[in-house]
Ligand binder design. Structure first.
Ligand SMILES: Cc1cc2nc3c(=O)[nH]c(=O)nc-3n(C[C@H](O)[C@H](O)[C@H](O)COP(=O)(O)OP(=O)(O)OC[C@H]3O[C@@H](n4cnc5c(N)ncnc54)[C@H](O)[C@@H]3O)c2cc1C
Length: 381
């Protein structure tokens, strides 16, 4: 028990089982899951809920197939999202993903992906040139084909983080905003910027791209991304549309890459992405990157040139060397846990991450193997 002074009276308060640093979508999801499992949870953030990378992201909930471990976590998480009755402010839209093949080489990738997904029970549909045009009449004619990922959807990430934090609060979690953590204590607990210490059994580092600041040596690098939002044009596109060349961009270890990716929002706006840059820690919008993104988008959707965009911004993804998140106890200290490194998939994988973290904390079996995401995989690097 802790004793805290409140308005002249002494109040007995239960000590925290867990302090989660970071109220992005990952921290919020972990808070909801842990509090619902009966843990006494405190979440701290120096900014608002969802004000970090979460507020800069695109909100595409997508089953991905880059590796078996990535597939397992994204499929698990998309299934968990489907168990929620999401309120209207999350702007959930089960629009599906249209992976676009511009040529024969990319069409071969359509068939490979289709087999991969269908072997694992994920619904997809192969489209030929004509059906791509019917599905998305504003695309330039002559696409080789496409693949619709029917289980994918989109939502509005900051509202999703607030929704999860509300669930955490309803289950008894506390949240302190405007609180910067400067240190994670080896025996559990945190030190705040004003020197205050808050004890806890365990602490979770969920501060995404900033996570190495509290766990030096953690192999997480900032990967900058740009997004652009248009004015309202309902029905201009009907799916989240992504060029298959996007996968080359996401995999590229080089400094800069750009790929065509567009998302319809429920209000008729469209988010246009996206870029990936290492060695770009600043947050300013770079005109040359926006120009490259727009040029790429116009190659696929020439009529975009008639529309107005209203704002551009950037965010930093938390990239790891093997493109998988880091979930579980840190290598050498069971009081310090990690839920970070979600790169471009943290909105999708927040729920799977939270479920795995909670199962591990409580010593329960995990529903999917947790070893691919364990911090210990970097023990010798
Ligand atoms: C351009 C772009 C597009 C994306 N599109 C998608 C997409 O379509 N689908 C998808 O699944 N993912 C997408 N992502 C990735 C997704 O946004 C992230 O993986 C996810 O938001 C990470 O959430 P997080 O909670 O780990 O981190 P964050 O949201 O960054 O939260 C970390 C929190 O920690 C706080 N913090 C930092 N330091 C401290 C400190 N010392 N003390 C206290 N608090 C601190 C910050 O204020 C912040 O609120 C995209 C990312 C980008 C950049």
């Amino acid at each position: 028990m802790r004793v805290i002074r409140s308005a002249g009276a002494f109040v007995m308060s239960r000590a925290y089982d867990l302090i989660i640093v970071g109220a992005g979508i990952v921290g919020a999801a972990c808070a909801a899951e842990c509090a619902q499992a009966g843990l006494h949870v405190l979440v701290v953030d120096h900014g608002p809920i969802g004000g970090g990378t979460t507020g800069a992201g695109m909100g595409h909930l997508v089953v991905m197939d880059d590796s078996e471990a990535q597939f397992a976590l994204t499929a698990y998480s998309v299934a968990l999202w489907k168990q929620h009755q999401l309120p209207a402010q999350l702007e959930y839209d089960p629009c599906g993903t249209l992976w676009l093949a511009a040529d024969e080489q990319e069409l071969a990738e359509v068939h490979r992906k289709q087999k991969y997904y269908s072997d694992r029970g994920v619904k997809t549909e192969v489209l030929d040139e004509r059906s791509v045009h019917q599905a998305e009449p504003n695309l330039r004619p002559g696409m080789a084909g496409g693949l619709v990922g029917a289980e994918d959807s989109v939502l509005y990430p900051p509202a999703a983080a607030r929704y999860l934090m509300d669930r955490a609060s309803a289950a008894g979690a506390e949240f302190r905003q405007g609180v910067a953590v400067t240190q994670l204590k080896p025996e559990g607990g945190v030190v705040l910027a004003d020197g205050t210490q808050i004890p806890a059994q365990r602490v979770v580092n969920a501060i995404g791209p900033w996570s190495p600041a509290l766990c030096p040596g953690l192999p997480v690098r900032k990967r900058k991304g740009h997004l652009l939002i248009t004015d309202r044009y309902p029905g201009f596109v009907n799916h989240q549309i992504i060029e298959l060349g996007y996968l080359k961009s996401a995999h590229s270890a080089g400094k800069d890459s750009v790929a065509f990716n567009i998302q319809p929002r429920k209000n008729g706006q469209m988010l246009i992405g996206s870029s990936r840059q290492f060695e770009a820690e600043d947050t300013h919008v770079e005109q040359n990157i926006l120009d490259r993104m727009l040029k790429r988008a116009l190659e696929y959707l020439p009529a975009l040139g008639q529309l107005s965009s209203i704002r551009a911004w950037t965010g930093h993804r938390a990239a790891t060397p093997d493109k998988l998140p880091i979930i579980g106890p840190s290598i050498d200290n069971n009081h310090i846990w990690l839920a970070t490194g979600h790169e471009g998939l943290g909105i999708t994988t927040s729920l799977g991450t939270a479920r795995i973290l909670t199962d591990l904390l409580l010593g329960r079996p995990t529903q999917i193997p947790s070893a691919p995401y364990a911090p210990s995989r970097f023990a010798n690097s």
